[in-house]
Design a protein around this ligand. Structure first.
Ligand code: ADP
Length: 258
């Protein structure tokens, strides 16, 4: 029942090898969180999974089918990708921005079903009151929520998010990640997201992939892979990992000398 699978995927920007022999998979109903230091290749990996760039070697399969054999339309109907630098035109209303997510499904005009799905997602995310507001009038947290709504109206089976909670306060971070987790379980979709905050990764990930210099350094349950040794090797920090019940909390202590 694997939805997405990267098999020995490598990718180069010119002569620079950015992704090196990455193998991972993710299942329906699962949140896979990709973490790693700046420049490790996280965004590049998400772009490969979104079919925006193609592997230099290895392959990415969706339900056992090589992404390269699928048409662009097929892929965009299955996969929703919300990039880090997603820009929302401030002159559009929230309703219009969310409806834009339906583009891959539209024929030459918007159908009743597209409007119904848009309204359903706005309701599900508690955004009905915002529908007529202009995007330019929203706070950072509200804008992020709208981008997630836009990704969801596409009714993806694979949701790819690049740092969906960066620049948000802690309440908004929890609200948005709670929502992502809930939707992933309820709709039985697969979500792969980049997060920077390791404690948020522990809290929301079913599985964590730690990227370091383009390679998978560790991959599995957050409690298993996030150890003081890993944090020291990958991030160059001394950290305490406190175990309580079935979870862990990461307390950074100091940056180690290079
Ligand atoms: P991360 O998301 O982990 O911070 P990225 O995937 O953005 O890492 O970048 C990984 C490496 O690829 C970095 O060394 C970066 O400079 C390089 N890189 C990213 N995008 C491009 C590009 N468009 N052209 C050339 N090099 C790039």
């Amino acid at each position: 029942m694997v939805v997405v699978e990267a098999k020995s995927v490598s990718f180069n920007y010119g002569s620079e090898s950015v992704i090196k022999n990455v193998t991972l998979n993710a299942f329906p109903g699962e949140v896979l969180v990709v973490i790693g230091p700046n420049g490790a290749g996280k965004t590049t990996l998400i772009k490969l999974l979104a079919n925006i760039i193609k592997p230099s070697s290895g392959k990415i399969e969706f339900d056992g089918v090589d992404l390269r054999l699928m048409s662009k339309d097929e892929v965009t109907r299955i996969v929703s990708y919300s990039p880090q630098d997603n820009v929302i035109p401030s002159i559009l209303t929230v309703y219009e921005v969310v409806l834009l997510g339906r583009i891959p499904h539209l024929s030459w005009r918007i159908g009743k079903n597209d409007l119904k799905i848009t309204e359903g997602v706005l309701k599900e995310l508690g955004l009905e009151a915002y529908a007529k507001k202009y995007a330019g009038q929203l706070s950072g947290g509200e804008r992020q929520m709208i981008l997630i709504a836009q990704a969801l109206v596409r009714e993806p089976r694979l949701l790819l998010l690049d740092e969906p909670v960066s620049n948000l306060d802690i309440r908004n971070q929890l609200e948005i990640l709670d929502l992502i987790k809930r939707i992933t379980k309820q709709r039985k979709i697969t979500t792969i997201t980049i997060l920077h905050d390791l404690n948020l990764a522990v809290r929301y990930a079913d599985k964590v992939a730690i990227l370091n210099d383009g390679s998978i350094f560790a991959y599995g349950n957050p409690e298993e892979v996030l150890t003081p040794e890993t944090l020291s090797c990958v991030y160059g920090v001394e950290a305490e990992v406190v175990r309580n019940n079935n979870s862990i909390q990461i307390i950074p202590i100091r940056a180690l000398e290079k």
